[in-house]
Design a protein around this ligand. Structure first.
Ligand code: A3P
Length: 345
């Protein structure tokens, strides 16, 4: 039997009255969504709702974003791994976890490392998709106070929708995004796999991309998501680190050191001499993680297959899927949305 993910301790037993209270809270969010927000069908056959300008799939978060805003209390020492889905979240979570836990879990002892036992989404749980997702937590509000500092969480929520306590407390956010075309192709391939697993009618990449460009989870949203964090990283560089997957693939050691420094645990010169940076890069590499039993089997957040988080791990793969016409269409949208921002994607 698979061991319990470490975050499970947040779901401490509660009295019947407390459980009923939690259920009421989630029921209220469901009512708010059903009665006040725009609803539409999603690509996985699920309803989606539009909240504060962004579309959310009920499959990956249900009422989560609303619950996070009301109930998550950030600490100054918290670190949030924020991202657009399919931009390298699984990788960044692995790197951040390995760095934060370097003393208790030295990367030199790879076979016993938690990353060999758990998918990184189980080690760095998503706030809205896992911890405050009523569909996966049995309608319970988690008690995150019992987690020791520094706490590491993930989120796909846009910057403007993060709970106020994140900005007020001074928590740090490490954000990752990626070349938009690669991001969209990666998302499309993920959706294709998931539709197969859910026995939904097959879809082609081109159809899904058309859908992204015209409908919900529009490309503009992906860009606006990145723009929100980009602006925050310019305004609050000590609190928001903005990373690009493509650059990290090109220079992993440089970026890993930046991440460690930003998170407040830079590598010592002794650690560098001992090759710790390269041990972490190897531990978290696509080749290593994608071949681990835990990532070949098993399910993670939202009931997704762990193996669906690993596809090719390459930069520029969109060229193999997008027609010149589609490339041009995307270039126009990207140019228009990013114009004057100083951000390139
Ligand atoms: P591709 O579909 O282009 O291969 P996310 O974790 O945000 O869902 O992003 C998934 C993307 O990151 C996929 O991209 C996946 O293959 C890639 N990926 C997963 N683990 C990785 C790793 N350890 N190193 C580099 N890329 C990784």
């Amino acid at each position: 039997m698979a061991p319990n993910a470490p975050y499970e301790i947040c779901f401490v037993p509660k009295s019947r009255e407390e459980e009923e209270e939690d259920e009421k809270i989630y029921k209220r969010y469901k009512e708010i969504i059903a009665t006040t927000l725009p609803i539409a069908g999603g690509l996985l056959g699920e309803p989606m709702y539009q909240y504060q300008g962004f579309w959310y799939s009920s499959r990956v978060g249900s009422v989560g974003p609303l619950a996070v805003q009301d109930h998550f209390r950030a600490r100054a020492s918290d670190i949030l791994i924020a991202s657009i889905p399919k931009s390298g979240t699984t990788w960044l979570k692995s790197l951040a976890f390995a760095v934060i836990n370097i003393k208790s879990h030295p990367p030199s002892v790879q076979q016993q490392h938690p990353l060999h036992i758990f998918n990184s989404h189980d080690l760095v749980p998503m706030l809205e998709i896992r911890l405050y997702n009523n569909d996966f937590n049995g309608n319970r509000i988690p008690n995150l106070d019992i987690l020791p500092s520094p706490r590491l969480f993930g989120t796909h929520m846009p910057y403007t929708s993060l709970p106020q306590s994140v900005t007020l407390s001074g928590s740090r956010i490490v954000y990752i995004c990626r070349n938009i075309k690669d991001n969209l192709v990666s998302m499309s391939r993920f959706i294709i796999k998931m539709r197969l697993a859910l026995s939904l009618e097959p879809m082609k990449v081109e159809d899904i991309l058309e859908w992204f460009c015209k409908g919900r989870c529009v490309i503009g949203e992906v860009i606006e998501h990145a723009l929100g964090y980009w602006k925050a990283s310019l305004e609050r560089p000590q609190n928001v680190l903005f990373l690009k997957y493509d650059k990290m693939v090109a220079e992993p050691a440089l970026h890993l050191k930046r991440i460690a420094e930003f998170m407040g645990c830079p590598f010592s010169s002794m650690e560098e001499k001992e090759g710790v940076v390269h041990q972490i890069i190897k531990l978290c590499s696509f080749e290593n993680l994608s071949n681990l039993e835990v990532n070949k089997t098993g399910l993670s957040d939202g009931g997704f297959l762990n193996r669906a988080y690993f596809r090719k791990g390459k930069v520029g793969d969109s060229a193999n899927y997008l027609s010149p016409k589609m490339m041009e269409q995307l270039d126009q949208i990207i140019e228009q949305k990013l114009h004057g921002s100083g951000l390139t994607l």
